[in-house]
Design a protein around this ligand. Structure first.
Ligand code: ADP
Ligand code: TYD
Length: 208
């Protein structure tokens, strides 16, 4: 725990179980008397939720990778200003379903190499990393099948198909090697309970 609360993010491909595990972690920590704020990206503040609809709905070709990068960064900046920083200042545990690592992957890798631009914009406009990131590693086809079974309007990225999921999985595992002190890799191809126990073990080491 830093003097200003604890910032936990969940990352992984679509359908890997991030939302399920983020919710379970919040419930477990709340039951133990911690004050948590469960939030998500894109979104997590009223303005960022409006941007969410722009980036997650519609045709896969609706935006270029560069335009998307600006939209996701604008949403993150608003989320940081209005939700994350106030919660950390109030010493809460922020549990965020996706954060900047998703931009490093989806906008940085998916359509050419934009990682340099992603990093520059992050340094300029965000400048904050989670204290700990849980990467739920998952078979790409199984993740996509789980995600597609939800049948929501927010399928723009899922419509890029399994090849994108495969690239993202490999990219996330490489990112875990780039940030070994922050990112913990957990095998998501197991029961919800087994994954939840590993998540709790990883987060507990960061609690006071
Ligand atoms: P994400 O947020 O990573 O897209 P979700 O938590 O929404 O993933 O999970 C996607 C779907 O898979 C949901 O229907 C959820 O109930 C289901 N699910 C989550 N975790 C597991 C698990 N360990 N085993 C089987 N199904 C799961
Ligand atoms: P999310 O709602 O977490 O989808 P899922 O539950 O299927 O994992 O995120 C929706 C999509 O947004 C996901 O396919 C990844 C994409 N995304 C980016 O491309 N860049 C980003 O910075 C973020 C936060 C998400």
């Amino acid at each position: 725990m830093t003097p200003k609360g604890l910032f936990v993010s969940f990352e992984g491909i679509d359908g890997s179980g991030k939302s399920t595990q983020a919710r379970r972690l919040a419930e477990t920590l709340n039951a133990r008397g911690h004050e948590t704020v469960l939030t998500r990206e894109p979104g997590g503040s009223p303005g960022a939720e409006e941007i969410r609809a722009l980036v997650l709905q519609g045709d896969p070709d609706r935006w270029s990778a560069e335009t998307e990068l600006l939209l996701f960064t604008a949403a993150r900046r608003d989320h940081l200003e209005r939700t994350i920083r106030p919660a950390l200042d109030a010493h809460r545990i922020v549990i965020c379903d996706r954060f900047a690592d998703s931009t490093r992957m989806y906008q940085g890798l998916s359509r050419g190499d934009l990682r340099g631009a992603v990093d520059q914009l992050h340094d300029l406009m965000i400048g904050q990393e989670p204290n700990v990131t849980i990467l739920i590693d998952m078979d790409p086809a199984a993740g996509l099948a789980r995600a597609k079974a939800r049948q929501t309007a927010e399928e723009r990225f899922e419509d890029f198909g399994v090849a994108l999921q495969e690239d993202m999985r490999a990219g996330f595992l490489a990112l875990a090697q780039e940030f070994p002190d922050r990112i913990r890799v957990i095998d998501g191809n197991r029961s919800e309970e087994a994954v939840a126990q590993d998540v709790l073990d990883a987060v507990e080491t960061c609690l006071p």
